[in-house]
Ligand binder design. Structure first.
Ligand code: TXA
Ligand code: MG
Length: 498
């Protein structure tokens, strides 16, 4: 098959004959790759199961992995979905057109081949003018996954699409480099609370701002990936990642540590076969190897060049890539998520704790609560987690209110009695987390610890102590649960725990 390449740009748009031809290909069941603000998509008629089958074939992607339907206006949505929940309406009003995909219950008009056999359908209204025009001209929703071969990074320019799909599809629309550079945020709105299935440019904080913090957006469990072979929504499943040919290793730690370690690591290899992935601002601190960046922090374009750089490493024949960690940026969920997939989970952790001890005064309220919440949110069970008290005169059962709050949130916790913190609880790779500054000082003094002891809030860059619910009513305990849960998710993220 010959693949025709046409052009779109933001000042002139399309040649009218080109647009007609592209729309015609879609309507007659063919495949057109087109730019969006996130990544390039491989589009086909969203009402046609035959066209969807061609998309799977061209990408080499398993056909039980659902596609996203791209629409140009609100009217197109009504045909595709069953119910539109109130929370979805709020999200749509704020973030469409834009880099957000919503998962709804599907209507009969959407073929099961498009949704990979699911009763739900993913829909997105792209903000890219060229994409919107194409959808309007075709007059049908366009089903499109990212326009890469399965297992490769998503394409962020036409060059990458050509590299993967030339000769396999009818047309490629060259719209230059995309603006965002990584895929849309996917939010499932079919349940009681919205669940982020894939982090993206629209962050959890932005979503909460729109729907209210109380609505409790479920934390990211990214179950959405190109090569997922089981039905999505199964948190914790193992998937094949999208990745470059080069072997990518993420180096985790604080900035100075990471820089030193990467400089040391790259020198084991010839300079032209080893790569470093950093930000535009930090590029010149490295003077060895092929140094590429993921975009600029200053212009809020971090991530724009992530996939392009991963592909460039392959083009340059780089065998090994060491990537920095991109914490502390508001898009860090999305960026680290993509990077960890590219790395296939290979990480050098410069702060490799094997054990976490939560400490509060009596080990009856806050510290056991932290222990059980953290146990419930970590999949990696090799990290030992426990809790201790600083003043445990005699062993007492953990406060029944704690057990009850945790039970309400389906967090398992067994009967447990309070225990005194001892020197034998702490060794070289133990992280001690206290609830208050006073407790931290006491641990430092009593156990001579000069590092690896933090207050919980300090660990995530906040001041003050966590609130002790002791003596309060049920609501007080519920509030504490929420506070601790949010803090611990943040700790998990920052420590790179899985
Ligand atoms: O930014 C984007 O979303 C880009 C552009 C082209 O719009 N598209 C994109 O498509 O990233 P794709 O196929 O590479 O990723 C879509 C993901 C799939 O991996 C799939 O697991 C998930 O969306 N998905 C689609 N329908 C779903 C559904 N009904 N329920 C849960 N997940 C779904
Ligand atoms: Mg994809």
């Amino acid at each position: 098959m010959r693949t025709k390449v046409i052009r779109w740009n933001s000042s002139d748009g399309y040649e009218i004959t080109d647009l007609r031809e592209a729309a015609g290909i879609i309507r007659f069941g063919g495949l057109v790759a087109f730019p969006t603000e996130t990544v390039y998509g491989l589009g086909c008629d969203g009402r046609s199961s035959e066209a969807a089958a061609k998309v799977y074939e061209a990408k080499g992607r398993p056909s039980d992995n659902p596609l996203i339907l791209h629409i140009a206006d609100r009217e197109m949505l009504d045909d595709l979905v069953g119910e539109i929940p109130e929370v979805a309406t709020k999200l749509i009003e704020n973030f469409w057109p834009g880099p957000m995909t919503l998962v709804f219950t599907k209507s009969d008009k959407v073929p099961k081949q498009v949704t990979g056999g699911l009763e739900t359908v993913a829909v997105r209204m792209p903000a890219h003018a060229g994409a919107a025009e194409l959808i309007r001209a075709a007059g049908v929703p366009i089903a499109a996954p990212s326009a890469n071969l399965s297992g490769k990074p998503s394409p962020t320019d036409a060059k990458a699409v050509i590299e993967d799909l030339d000769g396999r599809i009818d047309m490629i629309i060259d719209g230059g480099e995309v603006g965002i550079g990584y895929e849309s945020t996917i939010i499932d709105v079919t349940g009681l609370r919205p669940v982020i299935l894939r982090p993206g440019f629209i962050t959890k904080e932005m979503i909460e701002e729109v729907i209210g913090k109380d609505s409790d957006v479920e934390a990211v469990i990214d179950s959405s990936d190109d090569s997922v072979t089981q039905a999505p929504k199964a948190p914790g499943m193992k998937y094949k990642h999208y990745s470059p040919e080069a072997q990518v290793t993420v180096v985790r730690g604080d900035e100075a540590q990471v820089e030193e370690k990467i400089n040391e690591l790259v020198r084991q290899f010839p300079s032209d076969s080893v790569g470093i992935l950093t930000t535009e601002e930090r590029r010149n601190i490295y003077d060895y190897g092929v140094v590429l960046d993921i975009g600029s922090e200053k212009e809020h374009t971090l991530g724009q060049k992530l996939y392009a750089s991963l592909r460039d490493f392959d083009r340059f024949g780089v065998q090994r890539v060491y990537a920095e960690t991109f914490f502390g940026n508001d898009k860090e969920d999305a960026l680290m998520n993509r990077l960890m997939k590219a790395a296939g989970g290979e990480v050098i952790d410069l702060r490799n704790y094997k054990k976490v001890v939560f400490v509060c005064k009596e080990n009856l309220n806050l510290s056991p609560m932290c222990e059980w919440i953290l146990k419930s949110i970590l999949m990696d069970k090799s990290l030992e987690i426990c809790s201790r008290g600083l003043v445990v005169l005699f062993e007492e059962p953990v406060n029944a209110k704690i057990i009850s709050v945790l039970g309400k949130h389906c967090i398992p916790c067994r009967d447990q009695v309070s225990r005194q913190l001892k020197q034998s609880d702490i060794d070289d790779d133990t992280l001690v987390i206290t609830m208050s500054f006073t407790e931290k000082v006491k641990v430092v003094e009593d156990f001579g610890m000069t590092e690896h002891v933090y207050t919980l809030r300090e660990l995530v860059g906040l001041e003050d102590d966590v609130t002790d619910p002791y003596g309060g009513d049920e609501q007080a305990y519920e509030d504490t649960y929420k506070e601790l849960k949010d803090l611990l998710y943040e700790v998990k993220k920052r420590m790179g725990w899985v």
